[in-house]
Write a protein of this length. Sequence first.
Length: 380
Amino acid sequence: MTRRRTISPLVAAWVLVLVTFGGLILWLSLTAEAPETGTAEVTHEQSPLEQQAQAGEEKSASENIIILSGPEDSLPADNQPDAAEDSHGNDTAETTSEDSTPATQLPYTKFMSLKEVPNPGLMVQGKDGPLPVLGPDGLVSWQEYARPHEDLSIAPRIAIIVKGIGLNTDQSEQAIKRLPGEMDIAITPYGRNLQDWVDLGREFGHEALLLVPMEPLNYPENDPGPHTLMAGYSMRDNMNRLMWVLSRVTGYVGILNEMGSKFTASENAIHPILEELHGRGLMFVDSRSSRYSIAAKYARRLGMPRALNNRFIDNIVSEEEIQTRLKELENTARTYGAALGIARPFPLTIEQLDAWARTLPEKGIQLVPVTAIANRQPIK
């Protein structure tokens, strides 16, 4: 007979103990890893406190930044001034770090009405109308008609000129009444009741410049209009045209060239014009319609108050393009201390400029009239 083998109760008990002990060890090892996995997930998704803080930051940002939906000679994208050349003139090339902010919050805008124009001591009657002249005791138009501003030297400065005011009634009125008074308006010499636009602009705090049409390279395909200053004309003919333009209105701080990529690149053409304008106490703003413009350099040689355009803001009228150009202006202002942009009174441009201006205080950037950046930009 075969003997039947049985398992000893003692052996069975030891086996049960070992299995139980092994299972306990396995369970402990698995539960020990769980907190690490859970912590990693919480860190990635953010804790409730972090989520609340981030929500607060996003809410704060959304309250200050309004995101809206919605040919002429153009300044090359890489046409930036060279700071190294600043040592050759009196220009101040201020350098401000990007994260520097003033001790006090900068105002978005300060409403003020500018005094009525003209000052009788700063004008004479010409054959076509009133003309600006030097006044008594060193009085000059570019200072007398300037918008006062608070000098916050630690803040980068940006000036904006909205040109073509007077061509379209609705657009001109919207630009004057909606945009901050720190932004300048540039009056076209063509149109009716142009003095009314200067007066309305000053009522809302805007300095005024006068557009002077100058010959572009592709003239006459691209024509700034009658009374355009031409590089091939005699000095006398150009002076007659200039006097006609200057007599359209009174009370402007200076002139801005309309087009002029050919004219401003010609020494013989631009030099006598700048001398005439300087002798009348006016500021010159070079639109830089060409990288070959020498106008700002010659203005500096004459000791003439001057500024130069860094960006055409709305050559392409789209929200993305306008915001890109404005961001580039901010970077230029932080690098060199001052920057200037030129725009037109399109409805989308007005909306974008108004929204953008409201973001400048939190960025530590000061919006100023163009007279407040006179001689502050390095000239390339």
